[in-house]
Ligand binder design. Sequence first.
Ligand SMILES: NC(=O)c1ccc[n+]([C@@H]2O[C@H](COP(=O)([O-])OP(=O)(O)OC[C@H]3O[C@@H](n4cnc5c(N)ncnc54)[C@H](O)[C@@H]3O)[C@@H](O)[C@H]2O)c1
Length: 255
Amino acid sequence: MASLVGKVAMITGGGQGLGQACANLLARDGAKVVIADINPATGEAAAELIRASGGEASFVQGDIAREAEVAAMVAHAVETFGGLDCAINSAVLPLGQRVPLDQIETADWERGMAVNFTGVFLCMKYQIRAMQARGGGSIVNIGSGNEHTGEKGLSWYLAAKQGIYGMTKCAALDYGAEGIRVNAVAPGPMWTPLLRENAALNPGHLDKHVARVPLHRICEPEEVAEAAVWLCSPAASYVTGVTLSADGGYVLGSG
Ligand SMILES: NC(=O)c1ccc[n+]([C@@H]2O[C@H](COP(=O)([O-])OP(=O)(O)OC[C@H]3O[C@@H](n4cnc5c(N)ncnc54)[C@H](O)[C@@H]3O)[C@@H](O)[C@H]2O)c1
């Protein structure tokens, strides 16, 4: 399949985990890929892997919580490959320990929201402007769980993720007439560095996840990336404003 030939795609958090899987599949489908990540070591290595297998990829370093850096990352895509057609916003601040709401340090809350919520807003703001110049495009924001999920100790994380779903729907309304589609993907548990670190900090966490997922396993990030890349592609040309669960049935609420 080569449905994205000639298209330019930007992936935040593309240096590892789900973002890297998305970058690899976008390149497989013919897109020129910009990997945007705060970590230059993993980001450059991910871009090099794509180039080594014959794809086109460029790495740009930046923090999605900083507006000037976001603007520069989008400008890098436009300058390097001539425009922007697709974006997958996957970057996330690692979870760390689960903490009940009243125990959350305000500074930790603010940093979590700055990256996981405002960061997505800033990325969309500049990605949309670049797509307007192109006459259309597709954005996929990565959430977590469905719009109504709760989980103990995760208010700072799920507040941001569920806010993303609302922001996605509003942006789909704002830009539909300009040919810009905006969707979200709600992943289930995936074998990524984030999940492995989180499992080490929270014993029993993986078993609970597996028990709740009807398909009864943790997935590979490529299984979720396929859904995100499909939403980017012309095959999803009439799909906008949705939150697509790719979660082994986790959304159903019990395993
Ligand atoms: N792993 C899971 O089980 C799981 C489940 C549900 C949802 N998700 C979501 O999937 C997405 C990807 O998660 P993952 O598991 O691949 O995470 P990960 O921690 O493995 O990778 C996240 C990437 O984001 C980058 N990043 C972090 N802060 C950044 C910043 N300020 N600016 C730019 N880049 C930054 C990191 O360097 C890293 O490359 C996230 O949005 C996460 O919330 C993951």
